[in-house]
Design a protein around this ligand. Structure first.
Ligand code: BG6
Length: 494
């Protein structure tokens, strides 16, 4: 038997991609509410206005620099489509959706709180009661179904007021606003929610600074300060959780997937090592409690100065996270031999293509061994309990003439990935708390804003431009996952 009896099988969503109800019951705007739709070839855009009334939209791409024109403030602008506004409308379908999750046998459901539903501008002292009440209904239903919630405090949902009025996470004032928000929800949901995550994919501060940290520029100085402020805010969340309810556990959340060198040239190994440092820096601080030397050296070289106090150092040291969670969809390849990769036809839309692996239509490589590799790296380095909180396959599922979705490709992907995490537990002895498949009910893609890039066990009838009945239809993978959970991961047969 690989998995412990209380292994937390389930699925994951994020408010900004799933919830909708973007302006209902007093909710304010967040960073993603002003983000347009895009596609595999067309980036999403942040729409903005200037004080003279001029408007525009600036492309936002993961891994690329982002900077708004001088004087521009992110805002809603007429004539654009914003997928987060309705998303797949969990706000009005939560009863139906939680019932479907319960039918699959979920032990756990990862969701995020929409911060601006509770503090509409982000800097208020008192919360919006209607926002808090919405999540009460969710947690009460979860309790009824025996589903343990795993709650992300911020999944790219920085309130827009904190971006426009304070400049986002590079401003230390956000630490206080976050602390107030966290104290409010920890107190309110004490006894209902045991497991918390602070910032979704905290390394997005580096990879997508607007999304991860509400930054309107991507300078290294701003990213470094924003990351530091989020570290302090996270440590404060750990402190508060342990004070408010000893049973609460707070984890960090990292985007982490294995990266392979394209060749055995040592220069390629160095490139991979440096990339890993860039990614793992966040876990080094949040699990290890201090800044690693490689980062201090980098900041020294680049002339970065942090606003950091002795109290900050003490907080980081005294309140490391209780566990480490991460997202992992596949793997990537890096090289100093680009030409060789191009000549061999291995340059894909998402960088270097691994000739041993298949990719989906968005260029993401599916990798049957990614979870075992990632779990071992994180376990060996930190020795903290781990939790896979995102894994899955984005695919343009089609409804067939029988009114069903036959997603055998997803079942095949999940079978290999679950086997890989099973090996990490069985063969390597990694301590794993749970597995929540990403986008368990179809939702809007973060990277492209499309509906077409679907991950769910449940199909939601809605297209890329907001049309469709929002009807829920279980896919073939729904029944397969039901069997996997019922057998606690023993039966993976297709
Ligand atoms: C992770 C995010 O980066 O990947 C999710 O935490 C996101 O929000 C997921 O949806 C999959 O990415 P995408 O672009 O396919 O939606």
């Amino acid at each position: 038997m690989a998995f412990k009896k209380d292994f937390l099988w389930g699925g994951a969503t994020a408010a900004n991609q799933y919830e909708g109800g973007f302006a209902e019951d007093g909710k304010g705007l967040n960073a993603i509410d002003v983000l347009t739709n895009g596609s595999a070839t067309e980036p999403r855009k942040v729409t903005w206005v200037r004080s003279d009334g001029t408007t525009g939209a600036t492309p936002l791409e993961w891994g690329s620099d982002f900077e708004l024109p001088a004087g521009a403030r992110p805002a809603l602008v007429d004539g654009y489509y914003y997928p987060s506004h309705t998303a797949t409308d969990f706000y009005h379908h939560y009863e139906e959706d939680l019932k479907l999750m319960a039918e699959m046998g979920f032990k756990c459901y990862r969701l995020s709180l929409n911060w601006s539903r509770i503090f509409p501008n982000g800097d208020e002292e008192t919360p919006n009661e209607a926002g808090l009440a919405f999540y009460d209904k969710i947690f009460d239903l979860c309790q009824q179904y025996g589903i343990e919630p795993l709650v992300t405090l911020s999944h790219y949902e920085t309130p827009l007021g904190l971006i426009n009025d304070y400049g986002g996470w590079k401003n230390r004032k956000l630490i206080k606003f976050f602390e107030n928000y966290v104290r409010t929800v920890f107190t309110r949901y004490k006894g209902k929610v045991k497991y918390w995550l602070t910032f979704n994919e905290i390394n997005a501060v580096d990879l997508a600074p607007y999304m991860g940290a509400g930054l309107l520029d991507s300078s290294l100085q701003s990213r470094a300060q924003a990351a530091h402020d989020q570290f302090v805010a996270s440590a404060l969340a750990v402190k508060l959780a342990h004070e408010i309810d000893k049973k609460m556990q707070v984890g960090m959340m990292l985007a982490y997937q294995p990266v392979y060198p394209y060749t055995c040239d040592p220069a390629d190994q160095i490139k991979v090592m440096e990339y890993n440092q860039k990614m793992l820096f966040y876990a080094d601080v949040q699990a290890g409690g201090c800044y690693p030397n490689y980062k201090l050296k980098e900041y020294e070289r680049e002339g970065i100065t942090l606003d950091i106090s002795p109290e900050d150092h003490a907080l980081l040291k005294d309140y490391p996270v209780d566990f480490i969670s991460f997202s992992c969809y596949g793997s990537n390849v890096l090289t100093t031999h680009e030409k060789e990769a191009v000549d061999s036809g291995n340059l894909g839309i998402n960088g270097i293509k691994n000739p041993y692996l298949e990719t989906n239509a968005w260029g993401w490589a599916t990798d049957p061994d990614c979870l075992r590799l990632a779990l071992n790296v994180l376990w060996d380095r930190y020795h903290k309990p781990l939790w896979i909180v995102e894994n899955g396959l984005g695919w343009s599922d089609e409804l067939t003439s029988d009114g069903k979705v036959h997603d055998d490709y997803r079942i095949k992907y999940l079978k290999a990935n679950i086997q890989s995490m099973k090996d990490a537990v069985n063969l390597d002895g990694v301590e794993l708390l749970g597995y929540t498949m990403w986008g368990c009910i179809d939702l809007v893609s973060n990277g492209t804003g499309e509906m077409k890039k679907r991950y769910g066990f449940v199909y939601v009838e809605r297209d890329d431009f907001g049309k469709g009945s929002l009807k829920r239809i279980p896919k073939d993978s729904f029944y397969w996952y039901q069997k996997v959970i019922a057998s606690n991961g023993e039966d993976l047969t297709i």
